[in-house]
Design a binder for this molecule. Structure first.
Ligand code: IVH
Length: 679
């Protein structure tokens, strides 16, 4: 673009079309240089200028916007659910080798399988600790991206994957490597480590729970229903294997990787060719030594027989190929001393023992706390204050204690005893029969209250913006909030009286609290913090009972009759509503104007008592089919038997279809199913 580009509005359509094509190609070229090759050619500012010009033109001429335009990487409006995608070829998993000896055994198995004593050629690659995805390119254009799921069926995450800058939306055309008609390529989506630490710091500031490890952050980002959020996460990908390919064939995995690179896909530059097991073992040692300095988490290497012909001859066994193996690294462990063991109080009053450690670096992160989960665990591992312990971090932020180095005991170590009274409010601490957890029974324990309010205001409950940890603590310490219902009585003046609270922030919070009154019944039930009732259970209860009054008056038997609710949960729910305090709080919340709405689906009984099995790909997502059937009282089971009433058959059905025919079970296609439910 020249600096004196004409205002978009002044261009003719054909001029705009030409410039859009030119800009899109230039931007994708620079994306590839920057995100795939790591060799940028122009300064960021210049790139931004190109990008802004393209946005300007596409806004002036919206019909000229191409779905593969680089501007479309910013994410699409939120979706309701992810549709299912059936993988043409199942996505297999890998067998593991935990030591050099185990890898040698694998190599021997391979050579026995191939009836050879010659050294085998392997391609070795870092084993990335991320999330496997499959990208489908049809005639060079990215059409579908899906997660691995159960290996057979994954979730359609195309909108999210399109936001990953290192994923080409169109394959690069180049001489000598024609674009295949269909290319299914698989890779690992990763969350770079530095960005992960930044993300968690930001989440902590906003009082959002941290992701346990980069892998979870990658999964959480990719499974975002709002791809605009995904677009803000610096996800990256390395391609490592194939699904179905039409219109191209390769003699070796190495050639396949080279072709991918040529088409603009990102390949790990650390991949290497090895001959024989010893070279693979050296590579394993080398990568394990470089592990800390890599910008992403790696938990081993993957070794693959290079020749595609030999791969075919070896085949697969129990959903893993016989020609490839994950050769894992040893877990990241360290030794350190337990300075103290403390009990921390959660929302339900449960006391969790936490070991305070002498800070120690483990896998590039300084660790100073380790969870001991519960008292049974402390006793089983016999962890004492003053002990030297081994801790392990499996890519996780919160590490755990593997065991005690008992040989280093001096006799001065002290056993930890759960305090008889709550360290926060001084109320009694009790352990119920058969339960691992000790609980503070103080009804107004500030620690419980703090967790209760935090949970109530959290994103998955009433979603009150700005009501963070610090403010919650201030509100409780100042006595302004004694129950969640008090939130709705707060005034701007009361808030401005609190330390470090500006007028504007106070107003924002009052507004956010008022805004939270419009919520759904599921969020409201979740927000109450009933023991055993999380997000999913809250949604089930909301749908089943339709109002908070109906739920409050449900008997234990009625609760038990609900799908997914077991005796313990039913008892906890009943006990929660039997507490007078809780009923008072709910009544006050209702009086404050909270009127949760119900997304109730109409229920029928057209399929009452009938069991269904699904097989093959249907045009609607699997969970929608499930809902359709369940809404009419039908039941879905996993396998076909004589008791099955119907098998719903989609495209490319599996063995369940054969079984149905064999047993004479009625089969239906999608139209048949719709007819049955009167849809
Ligand atoms: S190849 C049939 N290569 O590990 C072989 N997988 O346990 C297909 N993974 O689900 C996988 N890095 O998500 C391959 N360089 C790599 C990998 C890799 C990570 C993951 C992949 C797979 C899992 C298998």
């Amino acid at each position: 673009m020249t600096p004196a580009a004409a205002p978009a509005g002044k261009l003719s359509e054909s001029q705009a079309a030409r410039e859009i094509t030119r800009l899109s190609a230039a931007i994708e070229h620079h994306n590839h240089r920057y995100h795939v090759l790591d060799q940028p050619e122009i300064p960021d500012a210049e790139y931004d200028q190109l990008f802004r010009r393209l946005v300007e033109l596409e806004e002036a001429f919206p019909h000229l916007r191409n779905p593969a335009s680089p501007t479309q990487r910013v994410g699409a409006p939120p979706a309701q659910t992810f549709a299912s995608v059936r993988h043409t070829i199942p996505m297999l998993s890998l067998g593991n080798a935990m030591s050099a000896a185990e890898f040698q055994e694998f190599d021997e198995r391979v050579r026995r399988g191939l009836k050879t004593t010659n050294a085998v050629e392997y391609i070795v690659e870092p084993k990335l600790d991320g999330l496997a995805v499959e990208l489908v390119y049809v005639d060079g254009a990215l059409t579908i991206a899906s997660t691995r799921g159960d290996g057979t069926t994954g979730e359609n995450v195309t909108a999210n994957v399109k936001t990953i800058r290192s994923v080409p939306l169109e394959l690069r055309r180049q001489r000598g490597a024609p674009i295949p008609a269909r290319l299914e390529v698989r890779g690992e989506v990763i969350f770079p480590r530095a960005a992960f630490e930044r993300l968690n710091r930001d989440r902590a500031k906003r009082d959002e729970p941290p992701f346990a490890n980069p892998r979870n952050a990658a999964a959480g980002s990719l499974r975002q229903l709002d791809s605009r959020i995904t677009a803000q996460r610096p996800l990256d990908i390395f391609c490592h294997s194939s699904g179905q390919i039409e219109g191209a064939a390769f003699a070796s995995h190495w050639d396949f990787l080279a072709a991918l690179r040529g088409w603009g896909l990102k390949i790990n530059p650390l991949n290497r060719r090895c001959t024989g097991a010893d070279e693979v073992v050296s590579y394993h040692t080398e990568i394990s030594q470089r592990r800390e300095s890599l910008p992403y988490e790696v938990d081993g290497i993957v070794a693959k027989v290079n020749s595609i012909d030999l791969q075919r001859r070896l085949g697969e066994v129990s959903r893993s190929p016989r020609w490839a193996i994950a050769f894992k690294f040893k877990a990241q462990q360290a030794r350190t001393r337990v300075r103290n063991i403390l009990a921390s109080v959660g929302r339900t009053g449960a006391l969790t023992p936490v070991a305070e450690l002498e800070p120690v670096p483990v896998g590039g992160v300084t660790v100073s706390n380790a969870s001991l989960h519960n008292m049974d665990e402390v006793e089983r591992k016999d962890v004492r204050i003053g002990d030297m312990v081994i801790i392990e971090r499996a890519g996780d932020v919160i590490p755990y204690v593997v065991g005690v180095v008992t040989g280093e005991r001096t006799g001065r170590e002290r056993k930890f005893r759960m305090p008889a009274t709550c360290p926060v409010c001084g109320s009694k601490v009790l352990r119920e029969e058969g339960e691992a957890a000790y609980r503070c029974i103080g009804m107004s324990c500030p620690a419980k209250l703090r967790e209760t309010v935090r949970h109530f205001a959290s994103k998955y409950a009433l979603d009150i913006d700005g009501l963070g940890d610090k403010l919650v603590a201030q509100l409780i310490d100042s006595g302004l909030v004694k129950t969640i219902a008090d939130l709705y009585d707060l005034t701007k003046e009361q808030l401005t009286d609190l330390e470090r609270m500006a007028d504007k922030s106070a107003q924002n919070i009052v507004d956010a609290i008022a805004g939270s009154k419009r919520t759904t019944l599921a969020r409201f039930i979740n927000g109450l913090g009933i023991p055993q009732v999380g997000e999913h259970m809250a949604a089930v209860l909301a749908e089943q009972f339709g109002s908070i009054d109906a739920l409050q008056s449900a008997t234990e038997e009625e609760l038990l009759a609900v799908r997914d609710i077991g005796p313990e949960t039913a008892r906890e729910i009943r006990a929660f509503f039997d507490q007078k305090d809780n009923r008072t709080v709910i009544a006050r919340l209702t009086r404050a104007g909270i009127r949760p709405t119900v997304e109730r689906r109409t229920r029928g009984d057209k399929l009452a008592g009938k069991t269904f099995v699904l097989t093959g790909a249907l045009s609607m997502p699997r969970d929608e089919v499930v809902r359709l059937i369940e809404a009419q009282g039908g039941k879905i089971t996993g396998s076909v038997s004589k008791k099955t009433d119907y098998v719903v058959v989609g495209d490319e059905p599996g063995s369940k279809f054969d079984k149905a025919k064999q047993l004479g079970v009625r089969t239906l296609d999608e139209r048949g199913l719709r007819a049955l439910v009167g849809d």
